[in-house]
Design a protein around this ligand. Sequence first.
Ligand code: UTP
Length: 276
Amino acid sequence: MIKKCLFPVAGYGTRFLPATKSMPKEMLPIVNKPLIEFGVEEALAAGMDRMAFVTGRGKRAIEDHFDKNYELEDQIQGTAKEQALAPIRELIDKCEFSYTRQKEMAGLGNAILTGETLIGDEAFGVVLADDLCVNDGEGVLAQMAKLYKQFRCSIVAIEEVPAEDTNKYGIICGEEIKAGVYRVTDMVEKPEPEDAPSNLAIIGRYILTPDIFDILRTTPAGKNGEVQITDALLQQAKDGCVMALKFKGNRFDCGSLDGFVAATNHVYGRYQKKTP
Ligand code: UTP
């Protein structure tokens, strides 16, 4: 039912310098697959086949990744190596890709607003590819799309974080209306532990209704001088409804060194199980 998924990939990835000096953070591989490919696979598994990217300078490798590489493909045609391209070829066949550029790095809220031209007037998914989500069953975005069917409002994915980490996330508080599903009553961007309304942190998966664009247009720059999606979502929650889902699965912050290493070990472990 939700067909489009937005990937804001314009950020500088400063936590991962020097690797990200000339290479997009989203192209960092977890074992042998770039983060962005995991994100697109998750969106497709949730029924979304129109992938919309908000890019910036130095991000061309992402566009090239979701395109044919004729010379390379010609070279390995008919060899065993060709098999390694099967998953990305499937994505290229099944999905449409579109791109627009964020003019300045004015925050995630601004990046999402920049994507309006690709999304239009319909509900859409958002994947921050540096948050890698892995689950044996349904993917996180698919779990959220199910909830959207029921509530028809914006949905955020949440997980419990240690109290000392609340200043790294948007934190919600809300009323738990059924196991793992909250109606959001408040949201704060990166609060210090003593100011945090809970330890329920928003991770990099959203389903947004298109009225978010009008709200973002008038949302002033917030924390760090950036337009924060959390501020716009709080407005939506006050005017109508925003739901939060405690998802099933593992999430790794691959924009941080520790998260990247943990994700690599986790995914490598899964590969080994599949190839005894
Ligand atoms: P992050 O803050 O995690 O990404 O933003 P970053 O800025 O690239 O990383 P650091 O902190 O400097 O290491 C979350 C997501 O939002 C995108 C980023 O690309 C990332 O996927 N983003 C952020 C934009 O597209 N535009 C922005 O102005 C800010």
